[in-house]
Design a protein around this ligand. Structure first.
Ligand code: NCD
Length: 334
């Protein structure tokens, strides 16, 4: 736990926004004993590290509610390199870095030299020379953050690479589920839809199973093929089998930009067979929550009513996104 005793609090410097909390006031400091320079995917984290990052996110969330400013990232220059469209992920990383006192620079990808043919690595080298110390990288190419981490000395946070991984989304999903269910141990989590093209699903499979959940997948056959070999993962032939007695259900966006369209005859047929609505959710445990990483294809993966219902944690996922990213940045800071 972070030390918030009176003696620690008395060392805090007041600021316009409340109290500023610095490294020496945190005992232990978030990154003490944290061996990772980069966050490329959750499969690099042990169960203890996953739990520690979720606990730290809870701390960060409480401190945000108390409007405390933290300067754990003072001196860090965080570059946002989003080479693919993003709203919630980009904004939440920006808010998280600023909330921790970092200087944030946004790489204007559309007008930058990336569009003039400069390679990703060249662009990152230029950023490194200008003093950027951490890069939040989203890229359409699976593996791009791994290449970046090998090629430059700045720390890399993967904010989604192709259909491969989206570690901070999986962490914030795990946090949202742990808040709702108390624990993930022994829970049945159903993930429905476009698993094959989904970086969110892949990272979630690692995180949720490492935290003790069993994951059931259901979706059109070509989108779930090959996942039955994952430890702790079951592939259901029928939607009802995945939903039966599930403790929570996650729908995924159909990744049309990753040529997912070929996996189903039409979106209408997808909805008829795999779309989530209140009636279908009745097979899950009473009050089992429903999640979606957003953005949704409205009315395709989940009905608008269900997405807006009391069972929906979609809003909580967004709220947790900022706190979870604060925790990740604090863990990776020097
Ligand atoms: C996800 C992504 O970009 O992978 N969205 C997000 O990070 N908020 C999921 C998606 O786009 O379907």
């Amino acid at each position: 736990m972070l030390d918030m005793s009176d003696s620690a609090a008395s060392r805090h410097r007041p600021s316009a926004g409340g109290v500023v909390i610095s490294w020496p006031d945190l005992d232990p400091s978030p990154s003490a004993g944290w061996a990772h320079r980069h966050l490329l995917d959750v499969d690099q984290l042990t169960r203890a590290e996953l739990e520690r990052s979720l606990d730290l996110a809870v701390e960060m969330r409480e401190r945000r509610i108390r409007r405390e400013s933290l300067d754990l990232l003072r001196g860090e220059v965080v570059g946002l390199a989003f080479c693919e469209p993003s709203t919630r992920t980009r904004v939440s990383f920006e808010l998280a870095a600023e909330a921790l006192g970092a200087q944030v620079v946004e790489l204007p990808i559309d007008v930058s030299s990336v569009t003039k043919g400069e390679s990703l690595v060249d662009t990152l080298r230029t950023l490194e020379r200008t003093g950027v110390t951490m890069v939040i990288l989203r890229h359409s190419m699976s593996g791009a953050p791994y290449l970046a981490a090998r090629s430059v000395a700045v720390r890399i946070v993967n904010a989604g690479d192709g259909s491969h991984a989206h570690p901070t989304q999986a962490l914030l999903d795990a946090l949202t589920l742990r808040d709702a269910l108390g624990t993930l141990d022994g829970k049945k989590i159903a993930i429905i839809g476009d698993i094959g093209h989904s970086r969110v699903a892949r990272s979630n499979l690692h995180a949720l199973t490492a935290l003790g959940a069993s994951v059931w997948l259901a979706g059109p056959p070509s989108w779930v093929r090959g996942f039955d070999g994952w430890p702790g993962v079951q592939v259901a032939d029928r939607l009802q089998d995945a939903l039966a007695d599930a403790d929570a259900v996650m729908a995924l966006r159909i990744q049309l930009e990753r040529e997912a369209g070929g996996g189903v005859p039409s979106l209408r047929e997808y909805t008829a067979r795999w779309g989530l609505d209140a009636d279908r959710l009745a097979a899950a445990r009473p009050a089992a929550p429903v999640l979606h990483p957003g953005p949704t294809n409205e009315g395709v993966e989940i009905t608008a009513d269900l997405a807006a219902s009391e069972r929906s944690l979609i809003g909580a996922q967004v709220v947790n996104g900022v706190a979870m990213r604060m925790a990740v940045l604090a863990l990776l800071a020097r």
